[in-house]
Each structure stands twice: as C-alpha cells, then as structure tokens.
Write a protein that binds this ligand. Sequence first.
Ligand SMILES: Nc1ncnc2c1ncn2[C@@H]1O[C@H](COP(=O)(O)OP(=O)(O)OP(=O)(O)O)[C@@H](O)[C@H]1O
Ligand SMILES: [Mg+2]
Length: 150
Amino acid sequence: MTTFTLDNAEHTHQIGVKLGSTLPASTVILLFGDLGAGKTTLIKGIGEGLGITDPIVSPTFTLINEYTEARIPLYHLDLYRLEPNEVTALNLETYWEGIEVTPGIVAIEWAERMPYKPDSYINIHLTHTQQGTREITITQINCTLHLNII
Ligand SMILES: Nc1ncnc2c1ncn2[C@@H]1O[C@H](COP(=O)(O)OP(=O)(O)OP(=O)(O)O)[C@@H](O)[C@H]1O
Ligand SMILES: [Mg+2]
C-alpha cells in the first residue's frame, strides 16, 4: 500500500500517465473517492499513457466508454448512477475475463457501487485534503505489478 499527496490536477494526471504506459492488459483498476476527488483526471492520464488520442470524457451518463486505438484497449466505466443490483446485471466480469472482449485496462469509477469485485485488481482511493489537494492510496489486491509511480 502506498499513500502520497497529489499537489494539483496535473500531478493526478501524471500518475495516470505512468500507470497507462506500464500496466499490462487485463489490469483492473477500481477507483474510490468522493465527487470531484480526481478519478476521471487520473483515467485521462492513463489514456494518454496508453497512447490514446481521442478525448477521454467521463462516462457518467454513457456508463462505459471504450477506446481501442492504442497499445491495448481502455474500458472506462462510471457506476455513479447505478444501484449495486444494477451493477450485477451488467456482468462486468466480461471485461476483466477478456473472453468476449479484447483484454485491456479496465478502469472503474465509483467502485463503491460494485457488489462483487475481480480476484485481483489495483485499488485506488482518492480523498480531498483541507489544503485543496488530494491524497492517493494505491493498494494491489492479489497482484504484484511493478508500479513505478512514486
Ligand atoms: N491533486 C489535485 N489537486 C487539486 N485539484 C485536483 C487534483 N486532481 C484533480 N483535481 C481537480 O478536481 C476536479 C474534479 O476532478 P475529476 O472530474 O477527475 O473528479 P472525479 O473523481 O472523476 O469526480 P466524479 O465523482 O464527479 O466523477 C477537476 O477540476 C480536477 O482538475
Ligand atoms: Mg469522474
């Protein structure tokens, strides 16, 4: 587990870039944190790190945005508007099993809404600080990727 401060939005973005340029296909990243904590900012960085040039826009209403133009696909989900039983109905495991879809990076905002989780994933928790910056905590759950981000 690693915790550190993100001084500004650019810092949040750059952590995403580093993740996107190193993570292998089939990595699941679950993002937790309040409204405006920086989840989408980080995922935009992941997109840049992967080499995606299409603009990454928040899928709050579309639920999922798929970007397939880069090294490996990015599947960007936002569960904010869903109840846990609705999340179950989405069969999200399709994404992380990579059987019917090309394996890629699966990044899920509002993972608090998930009634079940993959066997292994990267857990990222973002919180607001009193200084207006953010604190990030990254925990690897059943995976030992080399995260070169500190
Ligand atoms: N480390 C940081 N310090 C200060 N501001 C930041 C930091 N990281 C991101 N921000 C800013 O916080 C705002 C909200 O960011 P963002 O949209 O990424 O949050 P979010 O967690 O995706 O929110 P939502 O829950 O609504 O999806 C943006 O204006 C962004 O620039
Ligand atoms: Mg967001």
